[in-house]
Design a protein around this ligand. Structure first.
Ligand SMILES: C[S@@+](CC[C@H](N)C(=O)[O-])C[C@H]1O[C@@H](n2cnc3c(N)ncnc32)[C@H](O)[C@@H]1O
Length: 337
């Protein structure tokens, strides 16, 4: 059996890694994640609880063009869910209100794509998978995605990016994200993204059976939500909050701000009780994480980490297609052990 080596950039708590691992297991490959990078100490704590002993560089910016070769181990697959805030609708409006730059002009987070690009160009892994918010495609009238693709396509075959929704892949959460894959072997050029799975979904299948009353929201918070919704409706603004019934087919996207007030998904508990927030475990279930995934001891951090992560089932399906596609061509994958 061959061993596939990966690196996990902007790793968060390892959602991309879990998806890849599941795919490789199904296809009969061993997997070794040889390097990860994550700047947030709380994410690293959770990552290391689940994946001990992976070589780490905290800030990817500390890896420079001239030391990439010596720092980053050889690998077959590069994974990167690079920060989305500089491109997301919410991130852009926050930056606008603070008169801060967004997109590539955000000096802190917006240009991290170029760190990925430098690593790809120096290390030349056979394939990569990048993930971001769907707004990346429309941001600045599509100029940013055009530039990203142009740069990636210098050395890689990169099919047009695809927006996929978690709810089309067996997860009861609406979560549309853009995925970009690339292949060093340019002689093949017919990769296809996975087809949606036809499956009836119910939110209740992702809920815990017994949930502490602490998760039921207070009268004050509940009336705050209702009043804000009324105000928003009057002013023709946003949705305010979303009440989700356990029999609904999906929740709204769970974001990293869910811990604040749960507005994007409050679970209805009938007419005689206030709704409740999802538990951190339920948020991770809606992202397709396995039950044995160890969560942060801090509830706030666990919510943030789930909201920042990726729908594992979508990643798994894309990775299956990536590996099968590589195997169909003349790939070094077969030789690495
Ligand atoms: C969208 S999240 C990725 C989540 C990840 N794919 C997962 O499944 O959990 C982006 C991550 O990039 C990290 N990050 C931001 N700037 C970084 C940097 N300069 N170096 C390394 N990690 C960074 C953030 O802390 C955040 O966890």
């Amino acid at each position: 059996m061959n061993k596939i080596k990966s690196i996990d950039l902007f790793a968060g708590v390892g959602g991309l890694r879990i998806g890849l691992e599941k795919a490789l297991k199904k296809l009969g490959f061993k997997h070794d994640c040889v390097f990860y990078s994550e700047i947030d100490k709380n994410c690293r704590k959770t990552y290391e609880k689940n994946f001990p002993k992976t070589f780490l560089i905290e800030d990817i910016k500390s890896v420079r063009k001239n030391n990439i070769k010596s720092i980053i181990p050889d690998h077959n697959i590069l994974l990167a869910g690079f920060p989305c805030q500089p491109f997301s609708q919410a991130g852009v409006s926050v930056r606008n209100s603070l008169e801060r730059k967004h997109g590539f002009q955000d000096k802190d987070q917006g240009n991290l794509f170029f760190n990925i690009l430098d690593i790809l160009n120096k290390k030349r892994p056979e394939t990569f998978l990048l993930e971001n918010v769907q707004n990346l495609v429309t941001y600045n009238n599509g100029k940013v995605i055009k530039k990203i693709l142009k740069l990636l396509r210098k050395n890689y075959y990169v099919p047009d990016p695809q927006i996929l929704d978690a709810r089309d892949f067996g997860l009861a959460q609406r979560r549309r994200r853009v995925y970009i894959v690339g292949f060093l072997n340019k002689s093949l050029n017919n990769f296809v993204y996975p087809e949606r799975i036809k499956k009836e979904l119910r939110v209740k299948d992702f809920l815990e059976h017994k949930v502490d009353d602490n998760y039921t929201i207070s009268n004050k918070l509940w009336s705050g939500h209702i009043n804000r919704k009324k105000r928003n409706k009057k002013n023709g603004k946003g949705f305010g909050f979303k009440l989700t019934h356990p029999l609904d087919s999906c929740t709204n996207t769970i974001s990293s701000r869910y811990y604040k007030d749960g507005s994007e998904c409050l679970i209805s508990q009938g007419l005689n009780k206030n709704p409740r927030k999802l538990t951190p475990r339920e948020c991770f279930r809606l992202q397709g994480f396995p039950e044995n995934f160890k969560l942060s001891n801090s509830k706030v951090e666990a919510y943030k980490q789930a909201g920042n992560s990726v729908p594992v089932k979508v990643i798994e399906k894309i990775c299956i297609n990536i590996v099968e596609y590589l195997l169909s061509g003349d790939s070094r994958l077969k030789k690495i052990s």
